[in-house]
Design a protein around this ligand. Structure first.
Ligand SMILES: [Zn+2]
Length: 277
């Protein structure tokens, strides 16, 4: 399976892929552009293509993570900025040969939550207009901290369906967020899986953010813990990891690194969970 972690892009995208390789990762996530800014970035095609080639040679899958402030639910006039950033991000993830660009579902603080959903759909429509790349926009479920949007399969599926180009949109499931938002109780993966199939969520699941949760179930707080050190529990992770829907997609840790400054140990640990049943 494609287990890995978020890695730094210091030194470029090829370097990020090399880092992944050096820690035994079969998947990795990176920031295509500065995560703390809303500025677009010129695509270094030589570096990005070298990254794609290394990943192909070694059978590694990657995903890019959009900047934190990229909010597809933003009202006009900020939407223009969000659309440009999404397009720029997709250009980079395509050049890097990545499965997709992960984007938080969106936060809306206005009075009418329906306006938030409309904004997301319009933003995604503009970003995918004329888009022919292979990288998907991957909508990530939210923990529910400061926003009510993006907590359920139902809304994510519905937003995708209502977009002009749903075939360009997939999902990234964050396990910590799912636990915090009450989407996943931990012990009920089998039920959640059948619901995800029935609603047409899991067939479009393209990536996993594999994180334990510092806070208990339903806390709506987004604090990632190392696998086995939080409230989700190892056996619940095992049920999730054995799902056929996770077999061919990147599964990426967004947890703290160990003493060596890497995720090498935690990746090995997650791989060991796949062997034990
Ligand atoms: Zn995440």
């Amino acid at each position: 399976m494609f287990i890995g972690a978020h890695v730094r892009t210091r030194g470029g995208y090829l370097n990020a892929a090399k880092t992944a390789l050096s820690i035994g990762a079969k998947a990795f996530q990176y920031f295509p552009m500065n995560p703390r800014s809303l500025a677009t970035k010129a695509v270094n095609l030589i570096d990005a293509n070298a990254c794609a080639q290394l990943c192909r040679e070694h059978g590694i899958l990657s995903i890019g993570h959009a900047p934190y402030a990229l909010n597809p639910a933003a009202d006009e006039p900020e939407r223009v900025v969000m659309v440009n950033l999404l397009k720029n991000g997709l250009d980079i993830t395509n050049a890097c040969g990545s499965v997709g660009l992960v984007v938080h579902f969106g936060k809306y603080t206005g009075k009418d939550p329906l306006q938030g959903y409309k904004n997301i759909i319009q933003c995604l429509n503009s970003a995918t207009e004329g888009y022919t790349g292979a990288s998907f926009i991957l909508l990530e479920n939210q923990a529910g901290e400061g926003s009510q949007l993006g907590l359920t399969f139902e809304e994510m599926v519905q937003v995708r369906k209502l977009c002009d180009s749903p075939e360009k949109i997939g999902f990234c499931l964050d396990t910590c967020h799912a636990f915090a938002s009450r989407l996943w109780q931990g012990t009920d993966w089998a039920e959640l899986e059948s619901k995800g199939v029935q609603l047409d969520y899991l067939p479009h699941l393209k990536a996993i953010h594999l994180n334990d949760s510092v806070y208990p179930w339903g806390s709506r707080r987004d604090r990632h813990a190392n696998i086995g050190s939080g409230h989700i529990g190892i056996s619940n992770f095992q049920s999730l990891l054995h799902s056929p829907y996770l077999r061919d997609i990147p599964i990426v840790l967004e947890t703290g690194t160990r003493r060596d400054g890497t995720h090498q140990e935690e990746i090995a640990f997650v791989n060991s969970l796949l062997e034990r049943k």
